[in-house]
Design a protein around this ligand. Sequence first.
Ligand code: 5GP
Ligand code: ZN
Length: 115
Amino acid sequence: MSECLFCKIARKEIPAALVYEDDSLLAFKDIAPQAPVHLLIIPKAHCEGLADMTPEIAAAVGGLPRVAARLAQEQGVAASGWRLLSNCGPDSGQSVYHLHFHLLGGKPLGGRLCL
Ligand code: 5GP
Ligand code: ZN
C-alpha cells in the first residue's frame, strides 16, 4: 500500500473535508488554508506531479478545470475570482508529491504567483 498522504486521503484512510468526488478526481479542503477558500483537487491515481502524468492521468486532469469552476461556483467565489495552480518540484515549494491543484479564492490574491 502506498505511503503517499494524498493516496491515503483518496482511499479514505485519512479523513479530509471532501467537497467533490468522481471516478478519477477528488477535491477536499486544504488543512492549512491560505485563503478563505482553499481547496485541493487531485487525481485519485498516484502521480508525483505535473511532470509525471501518464496519459490516463492527463486525461483525468483534462476535466479538472471544469471541476474547479464548478467548485468555485459552489464556494461562492465564481464572481469575485479565484486561482488554480500546481507546484512542481523543489523550487516551486511542492511539499506533497502527489499531483494536486490549489483552488484559492475569497480574498484579493494579489499579483504574486506563489502562495
Ligand atoms: P504543496 O506545497 O505541495 O503545493 O501543497 C500541499 C498542500 O497540502 C499544502 O497547502 C498543505 O497545507 C496541504 N496538506 C498537507 N497535509 C495535508 C493533510 O493531511 N490534509 C489536507 N487536507 N491538506 C494537507
Ligand atoms: Zn499518491
